[in-house]
Design a protein around this ligand. Structure first.
Ligand SMILES: Cc1ncc(COP(=O)(O)O)c(C=O)c1O
Length: 477
C-alpha cells in the first residue's frame, strides 16, 4: 500500500522538502543503466516487459518500489547517452546542475504562459533570451522565447515570417487565413536543411512544395551560386521568396552555411533571414569556434537548441528574433489569460508562443551557465570538436572506410566502399541489436552512410579507436 496522497503533494515546507530529497535519492538509485550504450533485449521481450507494468492499480505502491520497478524495466533497457558508444544522434549526456534544477522546476511548477502564474520565472526567461540575443550580436530590441525543440523553434520562426509577409501586403494571415497571393510564397533553404522547414511549410498551409531547396557544395554547405540561380529563377517565374533559411550545423554533416553571404541575398530579396543554429549555436560561447558563425548577427531569427551542445535535458530550445516587437504578430488575446489590460511590466509570454502552458526550462539553462561558466562550456565544446576531427583522421587512414566530408563540427559521416544500402543497414542494425553501439545511419546524396555524433566531452581518442575497430569488424570479408 502506498503513502497517503496528502503526503505526495509537493509543499515547500521542511517536511515537503525532506520527502522530495528522499524521493530524489530513490529516483537516482533506480537509475540502473544498461551495461553499454543499450541493453541487448529484443524488441519483443522489451514490449512484453514494459507492458507487464500495471499502469494504474486501484491502490498505489510505495514510490521507492515504483521507481525501482521503472529502473529495472525501463531505465536499464533504455539508451545511455553518456556511453562513448552512443553516437547516433544529437542526443547528449546531461549536466548535473541542469538535472538537479529539473527537480525544482517540476516541484515549483511555474507556468510560463502568464505573468500571474510565473512572475519571476517570466523575468528570468526574458533575461536569458536577452543575453542569448546579445551573445549572437543582435540589437538590444531582440529577445526570444523558449520552445520544446529545434523543430518548434523553426516552425515558430517561419510562422512569424509568414505573418510578416502577409502584413506587408495588408493581410492579417492569422485572422483571415492565407490570401490568394500566398500561392506564390516560397521558402528557400539548402538540400541539407532540417526537415522541420518542410514541416513548417506544411503546417502553415503553404504546403511542402513551397520549400525550394538549393544544392550544396561538396562540403555540405549551401552553394551561394546555386542560391543566386534559384532566386533569379523564382523571381522570373513570379514567385515571392518571403524567407531564406540557413543552417548553422546541418544534422548529418554538421556544416555551417555561408551565413553572411546568405544574409546579403535575404536583404536584397526583402526576405526574412532565419538561421537554424540548433546544432552550432553553442559555438557562440567559444572564442575559438564563434568565428565560424560570422554573419549570425544579421539574422531576423535564430534557433538555438540547449538540449544539444549545451548538454541540457530535453526540452530546451530557444527562438530569438531581431525585433521582439514582431511577436505581436502572433498574439491572440484571451479573456482569462492574456487580456492586454495588465499593469505595465506584467508580460504574458503566451503572446510569443505557440504553446499555452509551458515549462520553466530557462531555469536549468541558467543554473548550468552560472555553475559551469562560459569558459568551461567553451572547453567542452572545443574538446568534442577536436575529438570529431580526430575521428575523421582515423577514418581517413582506414582503406576500408571512406570519409564523406571533413568533419565540420561534431559529426563524422562515412561509408564503406563496395557495400550497398542493405549491407550498411545490416551493420548498424547488428550493432544496435547486440547493444554494442548506437551508431547513426543516414543518406548523403542518395548513398547510405554511417555517422558518429560526438557529444560527450569525456569520450577519449581510445574510445574513438575502439568504435572504428568495432565497425571494421562488422564488414563482411
Ligand atoms: C539542424 C537541426 N535543426 C532542427 C532540429 C530539430 O531539433 P529537435 O529535435 O529539438 O526538434 C535538428 C535535430 O537534430 C537539427 O539537426
Amino acid at each position: 500500500m502506498g503513502t497517503s496522497w496528502q503526503n505526495l503533494v509537493v509543499a515547500f515546507d521542511e517536511q515537503g522538502l525532506q520527502s522530495l530529497a528522499i524521493s530524489a535519492s530513490d529516483a537516482v538509485q533506480s537509475l540502473s543503466r544498461p551495461d553499454g550504450p543499450r541493453s541487448n533485449i529484443t524488441p519483443t521481450q522489451l514490449h512484453d516487459l514494459v507492458w507487464s507494468i500495471d499502469i494504474c492499480p486501484d491502490s498505489g505502491e510505495e514510490l521507492s518500489l515504483v521507481l525501482h520497478e521503472l529502473g529495472a524495466t525501463v531505465w536499464s533497457n533504455g539508451v545511455a547517452p553518456r556511453d562513448p558508444a552512443c553516437v547516433a544522434h544529437l542526443h547528449p549526456p546531461t549536466l548535473i546542475p541542469s538535472v538537479v534544477t529539473e527537480l525544482a522546476i517540476a516541484a515549483s511548477n511555474q507556468s510560463m504562459d502568464s505573468w500571474d502564474q510565473a512572475p519571476a520565472a517570466t523575468e528570468l526567461e526574458l533575461h536569458l533570451m536577452g543575453w542569448l540575443a546579445q551573445l549572437a550580436g543582435l540589437p538590444s530590441i531582440a529577445s526570444g522565447i523558449m520552445t520544446s525543440g529545434g523543430t518548434a523553434s523553426n516552425v515558430l520562426a517561419l510562422t512569424l515570417a509568414r505573418s510578416l509577409a502577409g502584413s506587408t501586403q495588408g493581410v492579417d494571415v492569422l485572422k483571415t487565413g492565407l490570401p490568394e497571393v500566398a500561392r506564390s510564397w516560397r521558402i528557400v533553404c539548402s538540400d541539407q536543411a532540417h526537415f522541420s522547414v518542410q514541416r513548417a511549410a506544411a503546417q502553415l498551409g503553404l504546403g511542402r512544395d513551397a520549400v525550394i531547396t538549393v544544392a550544396t557544395e561538396e562540403s555540405g554547405a549551401m552553394s551561394v551560386a546555386e542560391l543566386d540561380a534559384a532566386l533569379d529563377e523564382l523571381k522570373r517565374a513570379g514567385y515571392r521568396v518571403f524567407a531564406i533559411v540557413a543552417t548553422a550545423g546541418t544534422t548529418d554533416l554538421g556544416v555551417i552555411d555561408p551565413l553572411a553571404e546568405i544574409a546579403e541575398r535575404a536583404a536584397r530579396e526583402g526576405a526574412w533571414f532565419h538561421i537554424d543554429a540548433a546544432v552550432a549555436g553553442a559555438f557562440l560561447l567559444s572564442p575559438e569556434l564563434r568565428g565560424r558563425l560570422s554573419g549570425i548577427e544579421k539574422a531576423d531569427s535564430i534557433t538555438i537548441d540547449f538540449h544539444k551542445l549545451w548538454w541540457q535535458p530535453f526540452n530546451a530550445s530557444a527562438l530569438v528574433i531581431r525585433d521582439a516587437g514582431l511577436f505581436e504578430l502572433l498574439r491572440v488575446k484571451s479573456s482569462y489569460l492574456d487580456r492586454g489590460d495588465e499593469i505595465e511590466g506584467m508580460v504574458n509570454l503566451v503572446g510569443r508562443s505557440l504553446d499555452t502552458s509551458r515549462r520553466f526550462d530557462a531555469a536549468k539553462v541558467v543554473a548550468t551557465l552560472r555553475t559551469l561558466g562560459r569558459l568551461a562550456l567553451a572547453e567542452m565544446l572545443e574538446s568534442v570538436v577536436a575529438l570529431t576531427q580526430y575521428a575523421g583522421d582515423v577514418i581517413e587512414a582506414q582503406p576500408a572506410l571512406r570519409l564523406i566530408a571533413p568533419p565540420a563540427s561534431v559529426m563524422c559521416v562515412f561509408d564503406i566502399p563496395g557495400l550497398g544500402t542493405d549491407d550498411i543497414r545490416a551493420i548498424q542494425q547488428r550493432l544496435l541489436a547486440r547493444g554494442d553501439m548506437v551508431l547513426g545511419r543516414t543518406e548523403i546524396h542518395g548513398r547510405a552512410a554511417l555517422k558518429f555524433t560526438f557529444l560527450n566531452p569525456l569520450t577519449t581518442r581510445a574510445d574513438v579507436d575502439r568504435l572504428v575497430a568495432m565497425v571494421l569488424r562488422e564488414i563482411p570479408s
